[in-house]
Design a protein around this ligand. Sequence first.
Ligand SMILES: [Zn+2]
Length: 222
Amino acid sequence: MKKKMFGIVGALALTLTGCVQVHVGVGTDHGFVSLAEAVPDAILEIRYYSTYNFVGERVDGYERPCALITKEAASALKAASDDCVKRGYRLKIYDAYRPQRAVAHFMRWAKDTKDTRMKYAFYPNLDKSVLFAQGYIAERSGHSRGSTVDLTLLVDMGGTFDWFGRESHPDYKDITKEQFANRMLLREIMLAHGFKPIAEEWWHFTLANEQYPDTYFDFPVR
Ligand SMILES: [Zn+2]
């Protein structure tokens, strides 16, 4: 399935470079779907389309306030959302597929250490110059592979999406018991439906069996 979609050229490029490749094109060519259609109960707050994000402006590649995701991740997320609703919760989505050009925008922003207009909201305790060195901003993001999602439950999680600092680590305990339990509930639900977490961000999950583990896409979100 995967090779068929890449075609011979894609397969060759992988073999020759032994590393990742960046695809351009249209999401539907690769089986991406609209998250809002696939998971109608989820609320969308696409921060990178807005100016309320760590950059402080709309991020390159976000041409509409919507979210795209591989259909495999969408169906796992639908099951997670159904599980949440059954328990009396709702999911809110901040980001899913992220074009490579958006990640490039983050890199450009990270290098401009004078632009600290959003420091107050997302990294008040860190000097901007350490964000790249400490791994908060990187040249590639798993989001560009299409099966990763940033999300929250609509309850008090004791912190905000894209907060740069150890307070965002899922094992961080210096929050209230209830806030910690809320983070753990989100994690439990996502893991039960096939996603895997990371150690640095309580809101970030990737489908464990992702369809494009080595492909970083660059078509815009529109
Ligand atoms: Zn993320």
